[in-house]
Write a protein that binds this ligand. Sequence first.
Ligand code: BES
Ligand code: MN
Ligand code: ZN
Length: 503
Amino acid sequence: MEFSVKSGTPEKQRISCVAAGIFETRKLSASAQLMDDASGGYISQLVRRGECEGKLGQTLLLHNVPNTLCDRVLLIGCGREKHFDLKAYHKVCGMVAQLLDEKGATELFSCMTELPVKNEEGIAWKISHAVRATEHAMYRFDQLKSKKEEVRRPLRRIVFSVPSRRELPEGEQAVRVGMAIASGMTLSKDLANLPGNICTPTYLAEQARALQKTYRNFKVTVLEQKDMEELGMGSLLSVARGSRQPPKLITMEYSGGDKKQKPIVLVGKGVTFDSGGISLKPGAAMDEMKFDMCGGASVLGTLSACAELQLPINIVGVIPATENLPDGLATKPGDIVTSMAGITIEILNTDAEGRLILCDALEYAKKFDPEVIIDIATLTGACVVALGAHPAGLLGNHHPLINDLLKAGQTAGDRCWELPLWDDYQEQLDSNFADIANIGGKEAGTITAACFLSRFTKKYHWAHLDIAGVAWKSGKDKGATGRPVPLLMQYILDQIESRSVTK
Ligand code: BES
Ligand code: MN
Ligand code: ZN
């Protein structure tokens, strides 16, 4: 989709459609009111007759409204004005695009950006979120369908209304930011939706290398099995043993900032299929374990968005990528391995493999001398039980970092929620035979998983996002969500902002 911004009055737009909001009960938004005035009350008359109450998601498509220059006016119900929040805003922005795509309107002047969104007033925020919501609503994963559903006259261009010419530069920048985040999410979704037989560790490495070709200031290195052996990554390699696919440790360095500036390091779990290994998972919904690389995919998406915007900051992405499968050579419960950090691990359950690959990646990441390290992983089913599908789980060892992430999640509409990483839980990882066990028993599974990682990140400001509940949807809308790319991007944008203020 093409996006742009313009200041101008809605009734004067010579375009296939103008979209404007209507609140419950029958309250026209400012632009809807302007068009109503121009048309001599044509719109309000229809509304009074009961054509549209303004309930959230209700729509009314009108043609040839008197004294307007557009072919169509789309009124979209926004619900109660004082309840109109981020979620409702995304919903209506997405619906407008979907509906017009089906109706043959190829160009839209959208007045959605004038609507008052609860807790959010800025035009830049509204534009970049409208771009994101549109791209999200239009997303299809049909690469692998032999017959694609073609739309005959698709919606091609959306022009967002800004209050005056003064807001044009800010609006254009918001379009760029929104598009970069949306493209990062799309990349992340595409990789995650691809099946495990296509999206292997090798495939992920190729995708990272492709980014290096596309962008300036972007460098990719891929460690092979023998490199990992030399570095002593016994924990990561223990997971890969059961698979015929070679593991890869993918590193992407985006250097848009000052050379002296320490990077933000993102480490993403990249298990391209998690069968559980010898501790085999039950069969039901096991296909969804192709999504076990969503953490890694979000790191790829975030780095590509940073590079697309050529942000003035240094970001490193590290993705340990492997399959977790059972085989004659696979790691068995009770096996003990030595991690790169020298900590020995008793593997009591081969299905707790995420932490086993992350601990070596976190140790490796130290060579970049990080400002902060954030890992992102579909790590525990327990997180889905605790928090459901709304926030990601957040744990870490540095409160300012935790707070920055909580705040970024709010702004981005991609929230996370802190769980306690108290020392009280650490003893659940005690092992009779090695330094630590890889599981911590039935209780507090998300926290003990984070406790495990915390043993490898003591010297750094570190946070962990457990995205098991948010990275994909099950059921009839099965598919990846692109989360937490928006959260990570907002965090990075906030960091750039706060650094430029304190300079
Ligand atoms: N990838 C899974 C976590 C997962 C499960 C995410 C279901 C989303 C939905 C992870 O590797 C795993 O299997 N974790 C185990 C840990 C347990 C063995 C301590 C789990 O959560 O059951
Ligand atoms: Mn597992
Ligand atoms: Zn897993």
